[in-house]
Design a protein around this ligand. Structure first.
Ligand code: SAH
Ligand code: SF4
Ligand code: F3S
Length: 458
């Protein structure tokens, strides 16, 4: 039985792709192994969103090959290394040459095949081809019409939480972003199929589903099959109500695109206990000038209106965000507007990114690129504000009892379990016989940087 090791970088869509690839491999007689050193085939599922993420591919191949030195010409080395994900799709066969240059002229540079983001359904035949001795080939072709989006229970990243893709690709072309090039145009999955999958997951005792996609709220299926009995101002809010009606314990969704974030989403959250108290709404900048140059399609005023609507909910909905600092042409004044925005929004947490120029994107060709030193200064200044609101958001739970889904043993302390609240905060807690997979009340007794600590009597 051939052994495959899968390493995944990037967003939930990549995690989900890896789960489906692993499912397919196992049902075709391959074994998934936990250690790279045991593998006949190593698959690297890559991300290209920032330069650092992309660089990772080349360093990892170097490390893997160093652990198993090349034999002769470099052809026929073990393990076989295949590249999947966004770098694979964007760079295709040029990866062979780039890696060869970096590794001193080996003829395939240690990479054996490239599998694009829509080609993942052909992983079995691809690996078989490589095992038969074929090398240096790429499959960047389109997805099969009958592609199977399901994941076998054993291959999910968690036993109790499942990712369910509802829309793939992106049509937005924000000027800094590589994703539309790597993932193609938006395509929504049929609602009836999504509901069927969630019902199946529920019957397998999965407690929490995450509806995933680059922009979940741009969901627009070609037919309303599965949504007929549900109302909603948009197809996405209809879908939320339909998913809530399955009765699965918890439903989360990410990412929401601010321009398409309809107030009815908040109404749906208010109506259904099992639609969780968390919205991830990446703002990117607090300055209208910068937002326009980014082509985000929202203004800061329209964004803040949506924040106000979310915060007006009786449910106490947590809001998280992504912010880019040092976009080309971002002035001190523009950045101050971002600081003000962050002070106003008081995010439960926010990822801050230094702008990273990506080949092919419009912003990479803009003239007034921001110096790295300025990006770093701005990063640190914004981080202070985000840390304050993040810490306040955690502190407010001290002494309270929160419902936590017990997901797994804590990595730090074997006597503790770790899980998430409905507002997506991590809680480590003393287990007292709690079984993983149950939702238990946890009294919060301590707060650290990103984590709540507590104990349960159940
Ligand atoms: N679809 C989501 C997120 C996509 S990528 C959205 O529209 O918000 C995740 C995050 O990476 C983005 O929100 C953005 O903050 C960041 N990002 C994307 N491209 C980037 C770049 N070139 N440089 C720095 N950060 C970037
Ligand atoms: Fe990238 Fe913008 Fe699409 Fe998000 S919406 S994936 S930031 S292009
Ligand atoms: Fe990265 Fe591709 Fe996701 S670029 S963030 S893995 S869609």
């Amino acid at each position: 039985m051939k052994k495959v090791y899968l390493e995944t970088y990037g967003c939930q869509m990549n995690v989900s792709d890896s789960e489906r690839v692993a499912s397919q491999l196992v049902s075709n007689g391959f074994e998934i192994v936990a250690e790279q050193i045991d593998a006949d085939v190593v698959l690297l599922n890559t991300c290209s969103v920032r330069e650092k993420a992309e660089q990772k591919l080349y360093t990892r191949v170097g490390q893997i090959r160093a652990a198993a030195p090349p034999v002769g010409s470099g052809i026929g080395e073990t393990p076989i290394i295949g590249v999947m994900g966004c770098v694979a799709q964007l760079e295709g066969e040029t990866i062979f040459a780039r890696r060869a240059a970096a590794s001193g002229g080996n003829n395939n540079g240690g990479i054996d095949f490239i599998l694009g983001t829509k080609a993942v359904g052909r992983i079995v035949e691809t690996i078989e081809k490589a095992l038969d001795g074929r090398r240096n080939f790429a499959d960047l072709d389109k997805r099969e019409d009958d592609y199977d989006w399901s994941v076998s229970a054993a291959q999910r990243h968690s036993r109790h939480v499942a990712f369910v893709p509802i829309i793939e690709g992106c049509n937005k072309f924000c000027t800094y972003c590589i994703v539309p090039f790597a993932r193609g145009r938006e395509k929504s999955l049929p609602a009836a199929e999504i509901i069927r999958q969630i019902e199946l997951l529920k019957s397998q005792n999965v407690r929490e589903v995450h509806l995933i996609g680059q922009n979940v709220n741009s969901y627009r299926p070609t037919s309303d099959a599965g949504l007929e009995n549900f109302r909603g101002a948009t197809a996405f809010s209809c879908l939320l109500r339909a998913v809530a009606a399955t009765g699965i314990e918890r439903v989360k969704f990410t990412t929401s695109f601010p321009r398409d974030f309809h107030a009815d989403i908040v109404d749906a959250l208010d109506e259904h206990e099992n639609l969780c108290n968390w919205v991830h709404l990446p703002v990117q900048s607090g300055s209208n000038e910068v937002l326009k140059a980014m082509r985000r399609g929202h203004t800061i005023e329209s964004y803040l209106e949506k924040i106000d609507k979310i915060k007006s909910s009786a449910k106490s909905i947590a809001v998280t965000s992504d912010i880019i600092v040092g976009f080309p042409g971002e002035t001190d004044k523009n950045f101050e507007d971002t600081l003000k925005m962050a002070e106003y929004c008081r995010f439960d947490s926010a990822y801050i990114f230094k702008y990273s120029p990506r080949l092919e994107t419009l912003a990479a060709r803009m003239e007034n690129q921001t110096p790295e030193t300025v990006k770093t200064e701005r990063f640190l200044e914004l981080e202070k504000i985000v840390r304050q609101s993040q810490s306040a958001a955690l502190q407010k739970h001290l002494g309270a009892t929160l419902k936590v889904l017990a997901e797994r043993a804590s990595t730090k302390n074997i006597d503790e379990l770790s899980g998430h609240t409905t507002c997506h905060k991590i809680v480590n807690f003393k287990a007292a016989g709690t079984l993983p997979g149950s939702v238990v009340p946890v009294k919060i007794t301590a707060v650290k940087t990103n984590t709540l600590y507590g104990e349960t009597s159940e």
